[in-house]
Design a protein around this ligand. Structure first.
Ligand code: CAO
Length: 561
């Protein structure tokens, strides 16, 4: 074990550079070549690597300090395992391991100006403007350096020295500036491309000395033949479109702006890549908005917290998915994409099922008299052109029950710990369509008569089957009725259509022997299955609700009261 100073290595000609980030703290253990701190000139950032493996004893610089080659930035206790040439001696980063990267970083930038004047040869002059192909400047011996960001898009008007692309080697990232101001005609590289000196970067229309702005504008479109080479900034835009902006991110989140520049050092970029964090979404707290490691960590933390909240409140994610075997090993199979409706319904069902503690209460309603009355209305219905099914009676009975037991006409806001009580009674009806389940909503059911409800439910069901429902016709329900009575079954347990807190399942009415106190009577019994959110509704109230429905449907005169 020996103490050694950590020194600023050769900076490739740069005099003084600013410390913009400390990447280690006193007491940290580091490996040889681990980045210690980041310095930045006006166009490039460089990470100064550790001269060897060991423990950081002291850091003698802070963010904002200016340092130059040979300055001591700290001391470390060497573990004796230098991990390479870089830290063999106590000579800091002057050795080869740490030296080449900063040099490589700084030199291109300082040479850039020399090169860019000579490299791009004027190709064409027209009306005072000319086209230039911008080439990659010398990269101080480095070759095949990956492009990690494209900073401009076709059609952008840029100034001389504006950053065109950012390239990144193992330890340093740098922006390649434009030698000219002008209009970007065509971007010739893509993110991930590996660049070496002399490679073509992009084509620019540059106003000549006597050129005017109009010439530039006129000139640009004719050269635009590179549509297939999509500018990176546009690709980013698409990526962002795919991802809906999270609702609350805290101070670390900023909505990405297409083509936004990211200021971050290689270590931060590496960390972001490892954690899967999108740097364009992170607000940097460093100088000039530079993104620091802390920013990435805070962002990831906020995302995780949000995902956890989201999963418990909204999606149920976090539960391991069902693994699928290769079904073709058992026989022939066909695969087809889910329709959008099926995917949406599946997600809604899963969200409700996983978020709502369901209980289902069963009841048989005696609808013998109701059915006799309904059938007596057949002729009247034919005259009106409306078919009276059991559904309007169910709608009316549910509206009455919701008014009498308003704890069913609520939604829960678990984040705010609030119960939202609705002063209106809109009821959704589940409709089976060839495309899947749809739930149109009948508004103000309590204020409508049976014929009106019969006509409206038939019309909405037809619209659902014809895919003609408007979004507004599927919104605002307080409660849902799902009737399988026309099909069959004795009972089922419907899934609450959250954020509603209850749903009534209706099965097929059947004649059953009912004991009247002295003998069995044949009665038409309608099976009801009320699923409810047990957070909002207690079991006794659920039993009251279904009993009330039984009474109302058993004697429909009470619906008038
Ligand atoms: N018991 C016995 N017969 C019933 C009944 C019941 N509970 N409910 C309806 N019927 C009868 C009707 O009276 C009608 O018979 P008639 O022609 O002899 O009069 C027949 O069944 C067909 O009725 P319907 O289905 O056309 O009309 P409806 O008003 O009862 O229902 C609608 C309308 C839209 C609810 C229904 O067509 C539908 O789509 N149901 C399926 C809903 C669904 O898929 N739910 C599941 C959701 S969870 O996956």
């Amino acid at each position: 074990m020996s103490e050694q100073e950590i020194k600023v290595p050769d900076l490739g000609g740069a005099d003084e550079v600013e410390v913009i980030e400390l990447l280690v703290s006193e007491g940290d253990s580091v490996e040889a070549e681990d980045p210690i701190l980041t310095v930045e000139t006006d166009k490039a950032s460089v990470e100064l690597p550790s001269p060897g493996a060991g423990k950081i004893i002291k850091l003698t610089v802070k963010v904002g300090d200016k340092v130059k080659e040979g300055d001591v930035v700290g001391t470390m206790e060497s573990s004796g395992d230098s991990g390479g040439d870089a830290g063999k001696e106590g000579s800091g980063t002057e050795d080869s391991g740490g030296e080449s990267e900063p040099k490589a970083e700084e030199k291109p930038e300082s040479k850039q100006e020399d090169e860019t004047e000579s490299k791009p040869a004027p190709k064409k002059k027209s009306g005072g403007s000319r086209k230039e192909t911008v080439l990659v400047p010398p990269l101080d011996g480095m070759e095949n350096v990956p492009v990690i960001e494209i900073n401009v898009s076709e059609g952008d008007t840029i100034e001389a020295d504006d950053a065109l692309v950012t390239v990144e080697s193992d330890k340093a990232s740098m922006e390649i500036p434009s030698p000219f101001g002008g209009k970007v005609v065509k971007v010739l590289v893509a993110e991930g491309d590996k660049l070496s000196e002399g490679d073509k970067l992009l084509e620019l229309t540059v106003a000549g000395d006597d050129g005017d702005e109009q010439d530039e504008q006129d000139d640009a479109p004719e050269a635009d033949s590179g549509k297939s080479e999509e500018p990176e900034a546009k690709a980013d835009e698409k990526e962002q479109d795919k991802e809906p902006a999270p609702q609350s991110q805290g101070s670390v989140y900023e909505p990405p702006s297409p083509g936004a520049k990211v200021h971050a050092g290689p270590a931060v970029r590496k960390l972001a890549r490892e954690l899967g964090a999108d740097l364009t979404r992170i607000k940097g707290a460093g100088p000039k908005g530079r993104i620091l490691k802390d920013d990435v960590q805070a962002y990831v933390k906020s995302q995780l917290q949000q995902a956890q909240q989201g999963s418990s409140v909204a999606t149920g994610s976090g539960i391991p998915g069902v693994k699928l075997p290769d079904f073709s090993q058992f026989g022939d199979i066909q695969k087809e994409a889910m329709s959008r409706m099926m995917a949406v319904t599946a997600a809604n069902m899963q969200r409700s099922w996983l978020n709502v503690p369901h209980v289902t209460q069963f009841e048989d309603a005696d609808i013998t008299d109701m059915e006799a009355f309904r059938k007596s209305q057949k002729a009247a219905g034919e005259k009106k052109g409306v078919k009276m099914t059991p559904l309007p009676f169910l709608l009316k009975a549910c509206a009455t029950a919701l008014a009498e037991l308003p704890q069913f006409n609520v939604s829960l806001d678990m984040e705010r710990k609030e119960v939202i009580r609705k002063q209106y009674i809109h009821i959704g009806i589940a409709v089976d369509t060839p495309n899947g389940l749809m739930v149109p909503v009948i508004r103000d059911v309590d204020k409508k008569g049976l014929w009106e409800l019969a006509a409206e439910s038939a019309e909405l069901a037809q619209k659902a089957r014809d895919k003609k429902l408007k979004p507004a016709e599927m919104q605002g329900a307080c409660f849902t009725i799902t009737s399988l009575g026309g099909i069959g079954g004795t009972a089922f347990t419907p899934i609450v259509n959250a954020p509603e807190v209850a749903i009534l399942g209706v099965s097929k009415a059947a004649m059953k022997p009912v004991w009247d106190g002295s003998e069995f009577q044949p009665r038409l019994m309608l099976p009801l299955s009320l699923s409810y959110d047990h957070r909002a509704v207690n079991g006794a109230d659920a039993a009251r609700f279904t009993s009330l429905l039984g009474q109302l449907l058993g004697d429909i005169r009470t619906l008038l009261l």
